[in-house]
Design a binder for this molecule. Structure first.
Ligand code: SF4
Ligand code: SF4
Length: 82
């Protein structure tokens, strides 16, 4: 069975650091980057590990400024019949 996979793109310069996406991610993959201040003066959201994203889209749905894009793919396991 194909396992859902995804990848997030966050427009960090448009992020207002509200943290809603951080709270909603079921895998706790998102955080506010405490080492960066964006052009708006906020700590932007970043992904801690893009490889673990399952593409559920909750973060994008929750973001009030629509700065997150989620691309969804499938990781299809191949079985060899050698
Ligand atoms: S798409 Fe889902 S799993 Fe991926 S970062 Fe967003 S909330 Fe987390
Ligand atoms: S929900 Fe949107 S604006 Fe808020 S921290 Fe996440 S990416 Fe930034």
């Amino acid at each position: 069975m194909a396992k859902a996979k995804g990848c997030t793109h966050i427009e960090t310069d448009r992020c207002k650091g509200c943290g809603l996406c951080v709270v909603v991610c079921p895998l706790e993959l998102l955080t506010l980057d405490e080492k960066t201040i964006n052009i708006k003066g906020y700590l932007p959201a970043i992904s801690k590990d893009k490889t673990q994203c399952k593409g559920c889209g909750f973060c994008a749905m929750m973001c009030p400024d629509s700065v997150i894009t989620v691309m969804r793919t499938s990781n299809i396991k191949r079985v060899s019949h050698a």
